[in-house]
Design a binder for this molecule. Structure first.
Ligand code: ADP
Ligand code: ZN
Ligand code: ZN
Length: 659
């Protein structure tokens, strides 16, 4: 017998190996094989073949070293790897690497693996209200089908989490495993606490930042079927569950589900695929279904379960528009009087306020007053952002930073640099000027970059150690802060003019999500939205809470401009150190794209961020109404491209970023 092995290297090709005599090997076995110069490379046996199929002498074949911990991946998982590879246009080897992320995780002393026993136990009974109960009963009934896609839609605070907990309970009773996907690491903490209270055991938390030993424990326990719940970021989708019974994708609409480095894939979409392959139900939970999901509900591909009101019974927060073209803000002020007065009231009532601006640092742009020079990144075509706490200028794209010195590099004048516009640090300064006594905290990915820090901040907010939060979108989602009663959105317009096709949707969601943070307990909260474009349809839909109208408009627009879900897109990014060579290369490879009338080819054109980390970037956009043709042709095309050294070619199927 001979064995075809998929080796975890960025290739689709399988390699054939012999097996030592005393080794009993089957399809799915995780093995160690010699590969190239390496003595040990991890791989998976994908099929068994005969000597007669071999096109070269058997004596040239190497032997499999050994099996690793007797691990055998299930056929469903292997099918999933292959499916994801075909869809995303990344090699099976690279997708397999997401299942077997690290040799040390797989190949370890099993005696050292923590023996997790998540015994089923219902800690306390929650009494669902009528609407919630009906939602749950409907879900329970739908669970009778093998594969079903359920969209659990409900306003923030309506109890979606409680309802899906109830659904999880059903799966746990059958002793199966459940995966809860969250778009962001920061959300795992509060789910963990709620879950533990409810079910009496801690769920496993999986994301890139947890330690290797934790990863090891979770990986092997998932494989053994001993841990019943994993709460994780998108990478947890590739865990080798023994008996997966349900996947939940919380905040389904969230753009963070799209991975923008390494293999480009959408965690939500691949979760749907995995549930289809496993023939299990999936629940997409959201207050703001994405256009794609909305479209799939309309076309009866997904089942919708709806919660219409907040559990607390209180009305949704009031939405107040502030028209900035009427109120003239003073120089170096960005918060309108009305908001300042409202924050003051909150402080008096011992309530918290959240000021939202999706821009880190102190000022997004620095200009020389004397010569007009704007300070750019040396490696990217972007402005450097001033950070006052660290006194640096920093590039938010490549991470480059330098000390802030008030001297123009261009004309050499001193003390002429002017900081333009606000970031959250500058807003915090303005807040401090108005409320010197208040406890103010700046919150962004800079200081909320580890699970510990996130946990601490969230605790501090809940225990009211902070009065006013000045935050980026890091606080926009999912969190439940009972004392928060005011949310102010300072710049709602930046997303309206954005260039990419999801900019409006994203802005709408973000604003609605941020707004959803206010008034989740007994009182009505207030949301203030500053805008120069009061009459913009998006702002109006938001004000009138008419999301349906907004989505219908978007769908008409998408159809008109041949965009998803009517047309499918694949973007190819070429990057390299030499402009001319890169453009030549792009033009040349496009000439070899397979002849196909249904596929439109665009580019290569300069990417909006033309220079990134010292590399130039060109984009190619391929589109078609026929998904299958588009993927097949592109796959065939990519196979025959010989990428020049120094040039990188990155496929992105269903792109979200057009930068
Ligand atoms: P969503 O996920 O829709 O935003 P949550 O599930 O977080 O809503 O519920 C909002 C708040 O209301 C939470 O504090 C939750 O514990 C509470 N809640 C919801 N439903 C119930 C219920 N049936 N009984 C008790 N508390 C509930
Ligand atoms: Zn100058
Ligand atoms: Zn840069």
């Amino acid at each position: 017998m001979l064995y075809e092995v998929l080796v975890s290297i960025p290739l689709d090709k399988k390699y054939t190996y012999k097996s030592p005599k005393n080794l009993n090997i089957g399809v799915g076995d995780v093995v160690s094989v010699p590969f190239g110069k390496r003595q040990e490379q991890i791989g998976v046996v994908t099929s068994i073949t005969q000597e007669s199929d071999l096109k070269y002498p058997i004596k040239n074949l190497k032997k499999i070293n050994n099996k690793i911990n007797n691990i055998r991946l299930q056929p469903d998982l292997i099918k999933f790897i292959s499916w994801v590879s075909k869809y995303t246009l990344y090699s099976e080897g690279m997708i397999m690497k997401m299942v077997l992320p690290n040799f040390n995780i797989i190949n370890c002393d099993l005696k050292k693996i923590e023996n997790i026993k998540n015994s089923y136990q219902k800690k306390y009974e929650i009494k669902l209200n009528n609407e919630q109960k009906n939602a749950f009963l409907k879900i329970k009934k739908l669970f009778k089908k093998k594969y079903v896609n359920i969209v659990l839609e409900g306003v923030t605070g309506s109890g979606k989490t409680e309802v899906y907990f109830e659904a999880i309970d059903e799966i746990l009773k059958e002793n199966k495993q459940v995966l809860i996907l969250l778009p962001e690491i920061s959300l795992t903490t509060s789910i963990k606490d709620r879950f533990t209270k409810r079910f009496g055991f801690e769920p496993n938390i999986w994301h890139s930042k947890i330690s290797l030993s934790k990863k090891r424990n979770i990986w092997h326990n998932s494989y053994l079927g001993k841990n019943k719940i994993v709460v994780g970021a998108r990478s947890s989708l590739f865990l080798p569950f023994k008996d997966l019974g349900l996947i939940i994708v919380d905040e389904e609409h969230d753009l963070s589900y799209k991975q923008e480095d390494g293999v480009r894939y959408n965690g939500r979409d691949m979760a749907i695929v995995r549930s289809k392959i496993h023939e299990i139900p999936i629940i997409l939970s959201t207050a703001t279904p994405s256009i794609e999901t909305y479209f799939n509900i309309k076309n009866k591909r997904y089942e919708k379960v709806y919660l219409s009101k907040q559990y607390s019974g209180s009305d949704l927060s009031r939405i107040n528009l502030i028209n900035l073209s009427k109120e003239k803000l003073e120089k170096n002020n960005w918060i309108s009087k009305e908001i300042i007065i409202a924050i003051k009231k909150c402080l008096n009532n011992k309530k918290q306020s959240l000021i939202f601006l999706n821009r880190r640092g102190y000022a997004p742009l620095t200009i020389c007053n004397s010569c007009g020079h704007r300070i750019e990144c040396d490696f990217c075509s972007t402005w450097l952002v001033m950070h006052s706490k660290k006194n640096i200028l920093s590039c938010h794209h490549c991470g480059f930073s330098e000390k802030f010195v008030d001297k123009c590099k261009n004309c050499k004048s001193e003390n002429t640099l002017r900081l333009i516009g606000p970031g959250i640090e500058r807003i915090a300064e303005e807040v401090k000027r108005n409320f010197p006594e208040a406890k103010i905290e700046i919150l962004s990915s800079e200081n909320m970059n580890t699970s510990n820090k996130i946990e601490k901040v969230i605790k501090n907010i809940k225990s009211k150690k902070i009065d006013i939060m000045v935050a980026t979108q890091i606080l926009a989602k999912g969190h439940d802060f009972p004392s928060l009663s005011l949310v102010a959105v300072l710049d709602s317009d930046s997303g309206l003019k954005g260039g990419d096709l999801r900019a409006s949707e994203h802005t709408y969601n973000l604003l609605q999500q941020v707004g959803g943070r206010a008034g989740r307990s007994d009182e009505v909260g207030d949301v203030y939205i500053q805008t120069y474009f009061e009459e913009n349809p998006l702002i109006q839909s938001l004000k009138n809470r008419d999301r349906e109208k907004f989505l219908e408009n978007m769908i008409i627009e998408r159809k008109k401009f041949n965009l998803p879900p009517f047309f499918h897109l694949i973007s190819i990014i070429l990057s390299g150190p030499v402009k001319g060579e890169l453009l030549q290369f792009g033009k040349k490879i496009l000439l070899n794209y397979p002849e196909n009338n249904s596929i439109k080819l665009l580019g290569p054109v300069e990417a909006p961020i033309f220079l990134l980390r010292g590399r130039y970037r060109y984009r190619i956009l391929l589109s078609s109404s026929n998904r299958r043709e588009l993927n097949l042709c592109t796959q065939k095309w990519l196979k025959n491209i010989r990428v020049l050294s120094k040039i990188r070619l990155t496929p992105d199927v269903d792109p979200y970023s057009f930068m």
